[in-house]
Design a protein around this ligand. Sequence first.
Ligand SMILES: [Fe+2]
Length: 342
Amino acid sequence: MIFEQIATGGCQSYLLGCPATKAAVLIDPELSRIDLYRGLCAQYGLTIKYVVDTHTHADHFSASHELGKTLRTPVVMHRLAPAPYADFRLDDGDMLIVGDLRLRAMHTPGHTRDSMSLVMDDRVFTGDTLLIGGTGRTDLPSGDPHQLYDSLFEGLLRLPPETEVYPAHDYKGQGHSTIGTEIETNPRLQKTERAAFVEMMQALDLTAPTHLTEALRTNMSGGKTVAQMLSEAAAKVPFMSLAELSTRLSGNRRDLVILDIREKDAFDAGHVPGAVHLPRGQLELRVNSELPDPTVRILTCCEFGKISTLAAATLRELGYGRAAALDGGMKAWREARYPLES
Ligand SMILES: [Fe+2]
């Protein structure tokens, strides 16, 4: 079997390939690593047949929606997953066939109600149900320590002790473990009585994961992350450097509309000499009167160079085919001590 464990911070993704057929399955992919997954598939000559999320992740951005769309691959999740883009749903005991590989789904709720583990021959992908030396937390939406107890003690821990454990998170670079090792050494699994286990889980006072809201929003709905919006816009517009703009200003070349899209206070406090003010919030409403010539060259600028990217992409979409964004924004312009007008 072709097997790659890909760590992104503490998040673990897995690429499993069948050497005979070159069919592959990708488990718990992370949004920022799409190019890497595709590169690995190209390197091994693999075609991804399924993208699987073991559960609704609350702490990182799943790549499943994006990969499902771009690769035209089914997105596999448990039947209870809220994500509308999960178009292939599994029940406990269902099996996925990927070339010569067989992956059996075990419904293992507790960390989330849609958590599932995938058992394949000598190994199990446990999602966040069972971690190396830990378990998933049960205090996030749809978590339940009683269910986690059942999923562990009545489910995963009954697998043969030599079964290798590959979790969705591992912050210490341990790679994998086995069911037997976890039963012996995992501190949380030493509470073998239900009441004691539940009490321990409820007493954990964990801080909320970073990006919790954004991760749940995007992973549950299929919506985009802010970074995704920005990178998609950035891929559709050219940029102009601060130095290039400065040269053009001093060269008396007035073939460029510099469009400052910040709020009025910020514009009044100091803007690029000659800039026109059109706040982002009024862009679509006033664009026809402010920019009557669609062939004009436009340079959008904002405070940090991000919203101006979105504005330039909007302008291009509206037919202003020469819209570009200032790379770096007004903060960088001021810091580099380029001229200001107020
Ligand atoms: Fe999780």
